[in-house]
Design a protein around this ligand. Structure first.
Ligand code: SAH
Ligand code: SF4
Ligand code: F3S
Length: 475
């Protein structure tokens, strides 16, 4: 029996009023220990939503006995959890799929699976079916909870299984998780996105915006606290619109943060905030609690009003700058970072200069910067775009110069000061040093004993560099 269920962007685009269904996960019936004596690896691309999904997939796999490995040759199962946000992210995955084929010669029973946002695109599924027959399993963002059943099918039938749903989506609670980090945890507070920024594929790949009920969020965080977690990051494509989809309850993101801050967790972070719904009530809650970190990622995308309008961002440059000012006034110690797209269709040099001006005025301490990448099925993909790739690269280069000044300025603020650091482990660049992040999300390297890992300690910052701080432990 063939099992092929392809995505449809037209269905994925639809939004209707309906009550989101929350179900509780139950183990796949009649499937037991299919991972016994087998090893798996997951490669994760894209944003924290994918990182969080990978932790669920690991939980499901390890529940069936699969063991993790970092050695490709040992794998019985390789899953690529993909991202569709820009073309180069997708090209990397296709390149990788080509390379992985040879590992089937080492292990003919190797299962190769593609998961995440790319399978939600019609083109991608067609291309895999035509050119990558060695891919055994393709599933999307709406049916991660069914992975065990899918793997069982592929093992028994030895047939390619494509199972992607285009729908608005529901919520499944109590999914098992194996977390990557022992001290920092992701906690989804919502799924999907209803913003439909004209360049962006996420509302099509992740479904409609839907919020988790607060009791499940609190329950999850309480468990994390019991396990010794020190930091949680609340996740959503636009956390500021948390709760707006609740039918008979008035409970928003500021209310949620206010409740979570009262729990015994030293550090709460959140990402991402859309500037349009950032209320004063929310700023006040962030300012009120010491365990809500003074670090806000506030993607602006452009400083030009005409570009913002074409992007469907729903705010102006002036409104954004006003928000930034309100945040600085109430949370003076805050670090702001942002996302910016250059060379959006129709962006003139004047528009670009507006972006530079906004970056200068906003005093960002970091930014992710991107060249616009057309995504099939989104409105902007059909906008006329005559910016040459060279011009786009030049804009990105100029922007990054300014952004990097912000990184250094942000780090310099902490020179000769004592900061609190959650010690994560040995430094990636120097294994004799420890490293961790400050409350403002600054990376610090310092000498210290291994026993400090997992603790929040005080570190004196001796030197600020563009990408990190050098410090020493305060005794
Ligand atoms: N929901 C988040 C971010 C999701 S994607 C938010 O709205 O802030 C992360 C970033 O990728 C976006 O902020 C945007 O800057 C960038 N991005 C999204 N689509 C893109 C595209 N088609 N081309 C280039 N960059 C894009
Ligand atoms: Fe994409 Fe905009 Fe939604 Fe962010 S808010 S995920 S950029 S559509
Ligand atoms: Fe990429 Fe999907 Fe996240 S497209 S950025 S992995 S929501």
């Amino acid at each position: 029996m063939e099992r092929i269920n392809k995505p449809d962007l037209n269905i994925a685009r639809k939004r209707t009023k309906y009550e989101v269904e929350t179900t509780v996960y139950e183990d796949a019936k009649n499937i037991k220990d299919i991972g016994k004596n087998k090893k798996y690896m997951i490669q994760t691309h894209g944003c924290q939503a994918n990182e969080a999904d990978t932790e669920v997939i690991r939980g499901l796999l390890e529940g069936q006995g699969f063991l993790p490995t970092t050695v490709l040759e040992e794998c019985d199962l390789i899953i690529i959890n993909t991202c569709a946000i820009r073309e180069n992210a997708e090209n990397k995955v296709f390149g990788e799929l080509g390379r992985l084929k040879s590992y089937k010669r080492i292990n003919p029973n190797l299962i190769i699976a593609v998961a995440g946002c790319m399978p939600q695109e019609e083109d991608v599924v067609e291309r895999i079916m035509k050119k990558y027959p060695h891919v055994d399993l393709v599933f999307g963002t709406h049916n991660i909870d069914k992975i065990i059943e899918y793997i069982d099918y592929v093992m028994k039938e030895h047939k390619q299984l494509i199972e992607v749903y285009s729908k608005q989506g529901d919520i499944v609670e109590h999914l098992p998780q194996v977390r990557e980090n022992r001290f920092k945890a992701w906690v989804n507070i919502m799924f999907g996105c209803d913003e439909f920024c004209t360049y962006c594929i996420v509302p099509y790949t992740r479904g409609r915006e839907r919020s988790r009920q607060k009791q499940y969020i609190i329950e999850e965080i309480q468990k994390l606290i019991e396990q010794g977690y020190k930091e949680i990051t609340l996740l959503g494509q636009n956390v500021n619109s948390y709760g707006l989809d609740f039918v008979d309850e008035k409970y928003d993101f500021a209310d949620l943060l206010d409740d979570l801050a009262k729990l015994d967790i030293p550090r709460i972070k959140f990402t991402t905030s859309h500037p349009k719904d950032f209320s004063d009530k929310l700023i006040d809650v962030i300012a009120k609690y010491d365990n809500i970190m003074p670090f806000i990622h506030l993607p602006v995308q452009s400083g030009s009003n005409s570009v913002l309008k074409k992007m469907n961002r729903k705010y102006t440059k002036e409104q954004y700058l006003n928000l930034v000012e309100r945040i600085y006034n109430k949370i003076p110690n805050v670090s702001l970072t942002t996302d910016i797209i250059v060379a959006f269709p129709g962006e003139t040099n004047e528009d670009f200069l507006e972006t530079l001006d906004l970056v200068d005025k906003s005093k960002f301490e970091g930014a992710y910067t991107f060249i616009y990448s057309p995504r099939k099925g989104t409105p902007a993909a059909s906008y006329k775009n005559d910016i040459t790739p060279e011009e786009a690269k030049q804009r990105l280069y100029k922007l990054n110069e300014l952004v990097n000044e912000g990184y250094l300025r942000g780090n310099k603020r902490f020179e000769n000061k004592t900061v609190k650091v959650l010690v994560e482990g040995f430094s990636k660049t120097n294994e004799t040093m420890l490293s961790g992040y400050t409350e403002n999300n600054k990376l610090v390297n310092f000498e210290g004993d291994e026993s400090l890992i997992g603790q929040i300690i005080e570190v004196y910052v001796e030197k600020a560099k563009t990408w990190s701080l050098d410090g020493r432990v305060v005794r």
